[in-house]
Design a binder for this molecule. Structure first.
Ligand code: NIG
Ligand code: FE
Length: 386
């Protein structure tokens, strides 16, 4: 079954060998042919080959589906009051994670699954066609295992985050918790996960603990990624680069040496910036230009979670990146699509080059520029992800 989508005012392919030759591979007045869910042809509207079916997109812009490479979607409850307190001046230190852990442990599988179904539908409506999600609100083996098992019903991109914080029952025995995460918890979670993550931060896990856990994960086939330098500078970013992590995330307090390390590892380790977290914790945004100008590969993601960033809107994150972090609109779109795919080491998504999956969003706008130009406006008219 083939379909030609025609009358596309602007088609973003992320294939620099087509269209305007920019990283976005922009074509104007274009058409796109999809064959059994895969892009089989892109080009000028007049030159499209015949197909079984034809859809007139009436002058809309088409972009690759967003790839949200960092989210925490398996949880119960919310922390709206904590957000309100922060907006009244209470600082964020990750301490509220324990509130969500208690709610998540008390929830049934059906409740966790229903909440994830709701968020997954919300992501899809917002143009996200691939998303990652982490465990990390169970923090004991059966709850981490069921978090990942439930997550797997919605995405292949599942991440074991047993090392989110040390749970209360281990506060006097944090070494015991690290041993458990790197031992039996990892062993039980491994079949349900593709990635392993650690919150490497003051108040969570230090760089030696992070190394122990990430190396144990890598030894059993889980690829590392990590949370680093969200609340203060530290050695986490350089640890991620040293371990060949797929991504180092937050990077809010990245130093020049961190950025140099990320730039030299740009083919391996992606710097994932999460502006929803700075927005919702009223923190200063990282300067995206430092990363981009140094040559790091940069992704943008939502960090959707009930504490520090309760948004599913990649367009919102892009608008912040453009307005306050030095990104051009084109760079923000690339980072929210191809950048996210790189962070998940996926070549089949994140662009609309011939051979990639036909995952795309049709905008209620003639150009991708409107995503940042019209902040907060729901511009995703349709999402195709066959
Ligand atoms: O990425 N930083 C650690 N984890 C989450 C926040 C989790 C929470 O506050 O519930 C984050 O921001
Ligand atoms: Fe996170």
């Amino acid at each position: 079954m083939s379909t030609v989508y025609t009358n596309i005012a602007e088609l973003v392919t992320n294939d620099p060998t087509v269209g305007d030759g920019s990283p976005l591979g922009l074509l104007t007045d274009a058409a796109l042919v999809v064959d059994d869910g895969v892009v089989s042809w892109v080009g000028a509207r007049g030159g499209a080959p015949a197909a079984d079916d034809s859809v007139d997109l009436q002058g809309a812009a088409v972009i690759p589906g967003f790839v949200d490479s960092h989210a925490h979607l398996v949880f119960a409850g919310d922390r709206a009051h904590e957000f309100a307190a922060r907006m009244a001046g209470v600082p964020y230190d990750g301490g509220g994670i324990t509130t969500t852990v208690a709610a998540t442990r008390a929830a049934t599988d059906a409740q966790l699954s229903a909440n994830l179904a709701r968020l997954s539908a919300e992501l899809r409506r917002a143009g996200v066609t691939t998303f990652e999600t982490k465990s990390g609100y169970g923090l004991r083996t059966p709850d981490e295992v069921r978090s990942l098992r439930i997550a797997r019903e919605f995405t292949t991109e599942t991440t074991f985050l047993g090392a989110h914080v040390v749970p209360a029952e281990y506060r006097v025995n944090r070494d015991g918790y690290v041993r458990s995460v790197a031992g039996e918890m990892l062993h039980e979670c491994r079949p349900h996960a593709r990635w392993i993550d650690v919150f490497c931060e003051r108040g969570a896990f230090d760089v030696d603990e992070a190394r122990t856990i990430l190396e144990a994960g890598a030894a059993v086939g889980l690829t590392p990624r990590l949370h680093a330098a969200q609340l203060a500078p530290g050695e986490g970013i350089r640890l991620g680069v040293e371990l060949g992590a797929a991504s180092v995330d937050h990077c809010t307090f990245a130093t020049d040496a961190d950025i140099e390390a990320l730039a030299s590892a740009s083919a391996v380790t992606v710097a994932t910036l999460l502006p929803g977290a700075e927005f919702s914790t009223r923190a200063a945004y990282p300067d995206g230009r430092r990363f981009l100008d140094a040559g790091a590969t940069v992704a943008l993601a939502t960090d959707c979670n009930p504490g520090s960033s309760y948004t599913t809107s990649m367009a919102f994150c892009m608008a912040i990146a453009v307005r306050d972090m030095g990104f051009t609109p084109a760079e923000a779109l690339w980072s929210a699509t191809a950048g996210g795919a790189a962070a998940l080491r996926r070549r089949d998504v994140g662009g609309l080059a011939v051979g990639q999956r036909a995952h795309f969003a049709v905008l209620d706008a003639p150009s991708h520029l409107h995503l940042a130009y019209r902040p907060g406006v729901p511009l995703i008219a349709d999402v195709i992800a066959g």
